[in-house]
Design a protein around this ligand. Sequence first.
Ligand code: PHE
Length: 463
Amino acid sequence: MEKERNSFTGSIGFVLAAAGSAVGLGNIWRFPYLAARDGGGLFLVVYLVLALTFGFALLMSEVAIGRMTRQSPLTAYGKLSKKFKPLGIIACIVPMLIMPYYCVIGGWVVKYFLAFLTGSGVSTAQDGYFTGFITDTSSPVGMTIVFLFLTMIVVLGGVDKGIERFSKVIMPLLVVLIIVISGFALSISHTDELGNVRTGFDGLKVLVIPDFTGLTVKGFFTVLMDAMGQLFYSLSIAMGIMIAYGSYMRDEDNMSKSVGQIEIFDTAIAFLAGVMVIPAVYVFMGREGMESSGPGLMFVSLPMVFEKMGSAGNFIGALFFALVLFAALTSSVSILEAIVSSFMDQFHMTRVKATLIEGVIALAFGLLVCLGYNKLYFEVTLPNGAVAQILDIMDYVSNNLLMPIVAIFTCILVGWVTGPEKIIGEITKNGEKFGRRGLFIVMVKFVAPIMLVVLLLKAVGII
Ligand code: PHE
């Protein structure tokens, strides 16, 4: 006998859990950097327009597929069309590829959080600290295990008592933290050796004022592609997650309203992350500080900024890494849930068994990722020009190759096989209004797949 499927207890639970997935490392270490690099307000406007059109159509499609089929990513596509069964397999491989390295990075965050919490945050600002840490053979592994373990505990609790309950506590805390830290970042000022005074508000200008200097058509294309790639990753689309979470959404909840709220949440947090990171870095390091993103920004530049803040630095640093840890945990919980729900639906496993199996797989590959910085160190150049280790290769394959492929085929499935009307029927089944209906159809049938193909071609270096 089929057991009744777990579900969220209400739309707030669903929205907070999905927003928890969407708000992750990408919001904090990539969005601010892209905004500063790609013309400030110009990037913000392009991003917002894309979120309300392209992102909206894809997110809506996935949540609707989940609720309509009541299936996991692995099994949902096949239920809509037999021919699309293999798509489910790829959509399940993506989170399985991401999970190990996300936990490794989560482990780095745990390490920094503990350092700041115990008052020794300043040591992380020393030259070579980060490289020393990740090339160590034991500490990163230990931290990865801690992070993975925390994620597993939440998922073992189930959808309502684990994921929903966790998100309802963590997400409000995250909002409070980001508001407090960005308020602080705006209030600081600093005079450098040359006597130049820079304030937090000068940094804010870099973020919000549109900069069109030297903008060419090619330059605009880059801004567009950057914004699209970021949006796509930031909304946790094309990795099965939103299908899994959609499958736990109650029939009576208003889907288009909830999806709108997730978008607003994710975009607002990304913007606030900009208000937090850019002024802080700009005040102490000027424009040059803005030149790194990802781990370089979070684990090298920002600790230097906290050190320069003097007595407040350790405290603000601890708050900051708590915030990052919360953002990363709610994301890793969603990645694990996409996999666990797939194992449960396909192999009729219990939640405990599915979680333990994926925990072991993630740990094994996580170890490999850690070893990629010491015993198994090598360098390869990826088609997009980046020099990569094991972590970057897994990131490239999942984000740049498989995710666009999953999204393209999802559009084909929704736009051309089942037809958008079927999805719209699910969205409006309680008679809800669906304001962006025409836009949804045009997006999912034509615009989104074409843009995604361009994104994919760019990722493999063809254009
Ligand atoms: N959406 C998250 C972010 O913006 C990233 C993420 C990746 C979440 C993979 C879940 C899975 O950082």
